[in-house]
Ligand binder design. Structure first.
Ligand SMILES: [Zn+2]
Ligand SMILES: [Zn+2]
Length: 232
């Protein structure tokens, strides 16, 4: 990689950053906002200040998710969204080390503290995956799986509807849009295993919840969600 790419940060273009750093320099990395407590017990939304009791955020109070809780490694600020966007849509695979390391740094210790059985990446619709030539969630799941010693299973659920882009929709429209987007694959058979559902970004949780529902149909027991970034 260093032969092809000069060891220069691909964000600021001035400081040194090599392949192992995902070509993001130390100065740019200071803009990362790690998600640490306090955050919503359900959806992982961080908030300012001291919260002493167990807390569900306003977003979660009238929503029923099909996963037990969701956590994210970093806030989806401009830096992180820029990196994820270039990683997914512009072939910026050199950013993968940065994203995978952030995920492993946060999710690794948390997953080790509880017993989980496998990781399932949120599937892309096959047309989209063919266009993009990879599923970013699957690549990141494999990195986390190797680090955490958990198998990755991509054969349990599939995306049956190619949903329109979600960014312009409100949360209710999103929920409706994604509700029937996933299905358990024929023959998928779990027996109450504890599943870590993995995606790059979590915003309302509607997409991940719809996928978790399909996973439950496939026989999953407990389900948690990990994402690299958390959108507001
Ligand atoms: Zn930089
Ligand atoms: Zn919440």
């Amino acid at each position: 990689m260093n032969f092809v790419y000069p060891p220069v940060c691909q964000i600021c273009g001035s400081e040194r950053a090599d392949a192992a750093q995902g070509f993001v320099c130390d100065t740019c990395r200071r803009k990362v906002r790690w998600i640490v407590p306090p955050y919503c017990e359900k959806c992982g939304q961080p908030f300012e200040g001291e919260i002493t009791a167990t807390f569900d955020c306003a977003n979660c109070q009238d929503v029923k998710f099909h996963f037990r809780f969701a956590r994210s490694a970093m806030e989806a600020n401009d830096l992180v969204l820029d990196i994820i966007h270039r990683y997914k849509y512009s072939g910026g695979l050199w950013f993968e080390n940065f994203l995978a390391d952030a995920l492993i740094h946060q999710a690794g210790p948390a997953l080790a503290a509880e017993k989980w059985d496998l990781i399932v990446p949120i599937p892309l619709h096959h047309v989209k995956e063919r266009e993009r030539q990879f599923n970013q969630a699957e690549r990141l799941a494999r990195r986390l799986g190797r680090a955490a010693g958990l198998p990755v299973n991509v054969h349990l659920v599939k995306r049956v509807k190619s949903t329109a882009t979600q960014t312009l929709l409100g949360r209710r429209e999103r929920a409706r849009n994604v509700q029937a987007a996933f299905a358990a694959r024929p023959g998928a058979k779990l027996n109450g295993e504890k599943v870590v559902l993995l995606d790059d970004v979590l915003t309302t949780g509607a997409t991940t919840s719809a996928c978790a529902k399909a996973l439950r149909k496939a026989g999953a027991g407990d389900i948690c969600v990990w994402t690299v970034a958390r959108g507001a």
